[in-house]
Design a protein around this ligand. Structure first.
Ligand code: AMP
Ligand code: ZN
Length: 333
């Protein structure tokens, strides 16, 4: 059953209504404006529905402009009349935002196009330096205080050999390939995948549980080898509470003992400490017999804190767990 979306841009993104799409990637879409100011007038939107610019993360806001710049270059080279361009974003109905899904306009301009940017400047006498400074202070006061509701979205991280990115439907065959190996699921609560349906269920679960709600995050990253493009495992990050982050991972059997998971875990560690200022502890644990997993945690600088005896029932058998963690302000962080 198709769910009819109420937002017109979400419907375009979901291909429910026609649009002349000129660009699409995993995060953004760009299409021609249905009522162009000039030929080649394009709108860039993020796939995630968000009404206002302030609701976007720093990365998302930057991404809009990054794609806008790329598209402007293509427009300029396409033969469309484009001597210059206005890039603008109307934020809020008062500022002329009609479609409440934040978007960046790219409007080509040329001499004699009959368009104009219609602002009326105020009388300079109204704004002596003292008044300007007063206004500046009102803004800088807010800048100094970090926005506690700053939205963070799941990033894509890159290391020497890997790309860590959100899962895609097209990863299904790769997921099945690594998750169907009995060794891979030996020390984790889930069973080895027997049919591709099991991998589908995993993907659905990932989709359902991925979230960014204020201080609560749960991100599952597909670990993709740059060289072959293959997804060989997964690593997830969640914050148990704003101060404590936790990672869990699984890696395809053929890729063990190559430092792949420590390379991935290191990237998540650095991303988390950098982007979550409240996080003071990053933890992980594994079944005591899982030597490979312990090695990953040690390699990324975690300290072994102890063993919880018979603390987990793994596929019917009580097992010991080993706890590891790295904390901020010690251990070089
Ligand atoms: P704004 O006033 O900044 O919210 O801009 C909304 C823009 O979306 C306008 O320039 C409209 O022409 C454009 N628009 C509305 N509906 C569609 C659509 N179905 N396809 C393409 N552009 C659209
Ligand atoms: Zn929308």
């Amino acid at each position: 059953m198709e769910i009819i979306l109420s937002c017109i841009f979400c419907r375009i993104i979901d291909k429910q209504i026609p649009a002349s799409i000129i660009y699409e990637d995993e995060k953004a879409v760009a299409f021609l404006d249905i009522h162009p100011i000039n030929e080649g007038h394009v709108l860039v939107v993020l796939k995630r529905h968000e009404e206002r610019l302030s609701g976007l993360s720093e990365d998302e806001a930057g991404y809009l402009l990054k794609i806008g710049r790329k598209l402007l270059k293509a427009i300029q080279e396409s033969g469309i009349k484009c001597e210059g361009a206005n890039l603008f974003l109307s934020d809020g109905p008062t500022a002329g935002q009609e479609v409440m899904h934040s978007h960046l306009h790219i409007a080509p301009r040329f001499e004699g196009d009959g368009q104009r940017v219609g602002f009326i400047h105020s009388d300079p006498a109204q704004y002596p330096r003292a008044r300007l400074d007063q206004i500046a202070t009102a803004i800088t006061d807010k800048l100094a205080r970090p926005d506690k509701f700053e939205t963070i979205t799941q990033p894509t991280l890159e290391t020497k050999r890997l790309i860590l990115r959100p899962y895609r439907e097209s990863d299904l065959a790769d997921i099945f390939a690594y998750a169907s190996h009995p060794e891979v699921s030996k020390f984790v609560p889930w069973e080895a995948h027997i049919a591709i349906e099991d991998s589908k269920k995993f993907l659905d679960l990932v989709k359902l549980s991925t979230r960014t709600i204020r201080d609560k995050l749960y991100y599952v990253f597909a670990v993709r080898l740059k060289e072959s493009g293959q997804v060989v495992g997964s690593i997830d990050f969640k914050n148990v509470n704003p101060c404590i982050g936790q990672i869990d991972y699984a890696l395809g059997f053929d890729f063990w003992n190559k430092g792949i998971m420590s390379e991935a875990a290191e990237a998540i560690r650095d991303w988390a400490f950098e982007n979550l200022p409240k996080m003071v502890r990053l933890q992980a644990f594994c079944v005591a017999d899982n030597v490979g997993s312990s090695r990953v945690m040690e390699k990324i600088g975690m300290t072994r804190e102890g063993m919880r005896r018979k603390a987990f029932v793994l596929k019917g058998n009580p097992v010991d767990l080993i706890d590891y963690a790295i904390v901020r302000d010690h251990e070089g962080r």
